[in-house]
Design a protein around this ligand. Structure first.
Ligand SMILES: Cc1ncc(COP(=O)(O)O)c(C=O)c1O
Length: 424
């Protein structure tokens, strides 16, 4: 097992592809971004043919694992008869019906390609529905890389003021953001009291802060948010790009029993193909027929929609989510025990099949790469044949097995014998 082929490939890539990665967050992978030749089930093979247990799962989409046979068959059936047509086709409504069937309270849908895009569509719909312009976003939450929401992602407490997270962002683009705190209902309550005067159109929330520690909402947090939004004429938007079809078939709305006005789905909706959607109340989503522009050459392309439909069929299978939950619980127990026995002071947090490595200092997880001990662990584990995300987020799939988890625990125990664990 070696990662020399990935080191060489990364070096070569940087001569043509800026930064050597296709998405900025991948660059933080330690000790080098892995280069993959083949991917099946819970495993990937590198350029040398070495096998790794994969907990990146493409950063979320692969809830059924790599190269799932049912999804690949469906895609192969359609890809030989059409690719992208820019016209109507059967899968547009068959896949839409399957998604609406899964998501509580969902009446209508529009297709887009990525989570970032779909968030923008949802914000436009919310502004049109309320004739207001400002959007409440939680500090540290990530809702894609677009200028209008990529703010206050890593920043400390800056009150309600949005802080840009990239060079090159137009201040005008994020000027309409109002920053609030996840799980702090009092501050949101105060903020929404003046929603009309302050022109607050929507609250945009990732129901478990997937990219900022994987936090369960406190009891009543989402339900109170729902009530406050209703009372003050504000649209409640769940960003379910990570939670959707992962933490339950009906996502966070099902798991926490709170129905938003709009939800954004991406990642797992298409089991590994490029597709996203905004789903919600017909009276809001139908505004695309009343002056709200929604367009995109690749929206609703047949190849991805074949994958959506097949993925929805898998998600509806009995026991799919109890299986994922059992795997999540096994990972939490076995890996958690290794972290404790090695005296790392760190732990795991879990919602279903999504876990987060939590360093001793609870605040230290980061979208861009959780440093410290995690960086040492992820680097050592890559050398030992296990791939993790740099942020310490762990994605499980139905393709993972208890044996994968056991092997991971053994290799982690070995790794922790040689890497230096900070004293706690
Ligand atoms: C919660 C959340 N929202 C939105 C996005 C953006 O989705 P995409 O990367 O498909 O543009 C992401 C991506 O990781 C995400 O995690």
């Amino acid at each position: 097992m070696g990662i020399d082929s990935s080191r060489a490939a990364f070096k070569r890539t940087q001569g043509s592809l800026a930064a050597g990665v296709s998405s900025g967050l991948r660059r933080a992978m330690q000790p080098v971004p892995l280069f993959v030749e083949r991917a099946v089930g819970a495993h990937v093979w590198d350029l040398d043919g070495d096998r790794y247990i994969d907990y990146v799962m493409a950063w979320g989409p692969l809830v059924h694992g790599h190269s799932d046979v049912h999804i690949i068959d469906a895609v192969q059936r359609v890809v030989s008869s059409m690719q992208v047509v820019g016209m109507g086709h059967r899968l547009e409504y068959e896949a839409a019906e399957a998604v609406l069937d899964a998501v509580p309270g969902a009446e209508r849908l529009v297709w887009a390609n990525t989570g970032t895009e779909a968030v923008q569509v949802a914000l436009r719909l919310a502004r049109a529905a309320t004739s207001r312009r400002r959007i409440v976003k939680m500090t540290k939450a990530y809702h894609g890389w677009h200028d209008s929401v990529y703010a206050s992602v890593d920043a400390g407490d800056t009150g309600e003021t949005a802080v840009p997270a990239s060079r090159g962002q137009s201040p005008n683009a994020y000027a309409d953001l109002v920053i609030s705190q996840f799980n702090d209902i009092d501050s949101i309550c105060r903020l929404l009291e003046d929603a009309e005067e302050r022109e607050i159109a929507a609250v945009l929330v990732d129901p478990i802060m997937s990219n900022a520690g994987v936090l369960e909402p406190r009891d009543g947090f989402l339900a109170t948010l729902r009530e406050l939004c209703d009372r003050h004429g504000v649209i409640l938007i769940f960003d379910e790009v990570i939670t959707g079809f992962r933490i339950a078939r009906g996502g966070a709305a099902e798991r926490f029993g709170v129905t938003p006005d709009l939800s954004v789905f991406g990642k797992a909706i298409a089991g590994g193909f490029t597709q996203s959607a905004v789903v919600g109340k017909a009276e809001i989503v139908d505004l695309v027929t009343d002056g709200v522009m929604h367009a995109g050459t690749f929206n609703g392309n047949p190849v991805a929609l074949a994958a959506v439909k097949a993925s929805m069929e898998l998600c509806a299978a009995p026991h799919m989510y109890s299986r994922l939950d059992d795997l999540g619980a096994a990972f939490e127990k076995e890996i958690g025990a290794v972290l404790t026995e090695a005296g790392t002071g760190s732990s795991l947090r879990r919602v279903g099949s999504l876990l987060q490595f939590v360093p001793g200092d609870d605040q230290a997880t980061s979208l861009h790469g959780t440093g410290g001990l995690w960086s040492g662990i992820s680097a050592a584990m890559l050398e030992a044949g296990v791939v993790f995300t740099p942020s310490g987020k762990i994605f499980l799939s139905t393709a993972h097995s208890p044996a994968d988890i056991r092997q991971t625990a053994d290799r982690l125990a070995d790794a922790l014998r040689v890497i230096s664990v900070p004293s706690t």
